[in-house]
Design a protein around this ligand. Sequence first.
Ligand code: FRU
Length: 581
Amino acid sequence: MAKLAMGWSKPDNVAGSSAPAILIGIFVATGGLLFGYDTGAINGILGMDSFTRQFNTGYTNAEGRVTMSPSEIAIIVAMLSAGTFVGALMAAPIGDYLGRRLSILISIGIFSFGVIFQVCANKIPILLVGRFFAGQGVGAVSVLVPLYQSEMAPKWIRGTLVCAYQLSITLGLLAAAVVNILTSKLHGSSAYRIPMGLQLTWACVLSLGLLIMPETPRFLIKNGQKEAAALSLSRLRRLDITHPALIEELHEIEANHEYEMALSADSYKDIFFGSPHLGRRTLTGCGLQMLQQLTGVNFIMYYGTVFFVGANVSNPFTISLVMQIINLVSTIPGLLVVESWGRRKLLIVGAVGMAICQLTIASVTTAIGDTRNLGHGQDNDPKAVVGNQILIIFVAIYVFFFAASWGPVTWVVTSEIYPLKVRAKAMSVSTASNWLLNFGIAYGTPYMVEQGQGYGGLGARVFFVWGAFCIVAIFFVYCMVYETSKISLEQIDEMYERVSYAWNSKSFEPSWSFQQMRDLGFSDSGVQPQQETQHELEPSRSSSTGTTHTDTGISNITASSSAHDHDTKLINQIGAVDFSY
Ligand SMILES: OC[C@H]1O[C@](O)(CO)[C@@H](O)[C@@H]1O
């Protein structure tokens, strides 16, 4: 019952088992641990005395203390971002050339190489090389993991599996905070070398697991390796390679790919100008990824501690930890409802919740006067303390809304909306835009926030900026994001062709069979075959008893190839089975 409410009921008429794909999807999701841990660890490490002792170059701060200079800190932090951006862009060429699985393995290799450099570093330049390589690995993994997951997952639980990736990111962030607290008390370089080195443990486990995992059937079809695709699908669905349901699923993926290729090529130019509606789809992915950052999450992750200090909290480390725990735990509700609510509703509700929190914070701050100067610590004025306590509460609620919606669902949608031919490229460009904004916000906001010459002096009113972007996000989702839950990746392609406006997408019912369209000789607009096949094949996106291919639907079409005739007979023999994963 609860499973049904989550939208997790495997349709009764789906052949085979979904268990292998689910287990593999969850395991691969743990690639997010590297993302979260690596981005989270540096904050604590930079604050460790042993780190400063090892890497300082003699800079003394205003209090006369020998420490790292601001520019050294900036470059150490920035190097990871530069690496992630490059890594995200690299993910497409390697993912399309070597396959998704092998590319994840290589990315983890590059990441580990970077980590080893960091652990062994005793001078800043070596550390920087290490951070750049580790960043490349993380950036590539951040594209390839959701890509791998979406291409092998059954449609009825695909969103939840991709959400598990964000859950791992939040677990990684939390783990980094905990490890930093534990090791910061150690004397000597082990205080920072242990948190750095620990990343290798999971990298090894993940690599070993990936060695025995299948490549995604969709990549293999794209690469023309049909037999390998059949074997992969047979492992994922626990079906014999001669099983009609398996043959049918493969044929549909293949026919869809051929159809998409007939519409336009698969170059980088095509992800912006190609058909069908690739520009709109790329804009949706990039927009979502950028807005995910513009909701201000990393401002809170990176600068939130200042608020907790300002609110008279004696242990800002503990409060940061509590925020990380909220971030982790709140991802679970999102993961639970992403199928039953759908992507659009979750994103809109999340953006409304975040907007209310951000605007409340900004308004309260303006009303009480920005007595607390960001970055400059405490204020004992009781009015400010109460104000700041309100801020903490709303920051916590904001984190809840982010973690339950935009945190995971951004990855879900960007892994679903592109056709196979450009999926890796478009995902890599949209993910790179996330990293670019991540970097921009981490480095730009202090300039917006701080007082003084050359600074914006916004203080906590910067929350107006995040709140405004949350409102933009509501409209963006309403106008641009198509509802992709419960339908296969191939049916999402059909939806983009047949539904002109995102707000009508929820009621879309797939009815094309790309195989039949191919057999009829599809036109490059898709219009002709649609007219002939529409309404003959009416699977329901919501019903678990929906059938993709009814006997009537199949028999009304004259298949041109004899191989296809044979498959059709087999399909008719086994009755109403949902073949679309
Ligand atoms: O959970 C917060 C984390 O999630 C991300 O937005 C990725 O989805 C990161 O940029 C951020 O640090």
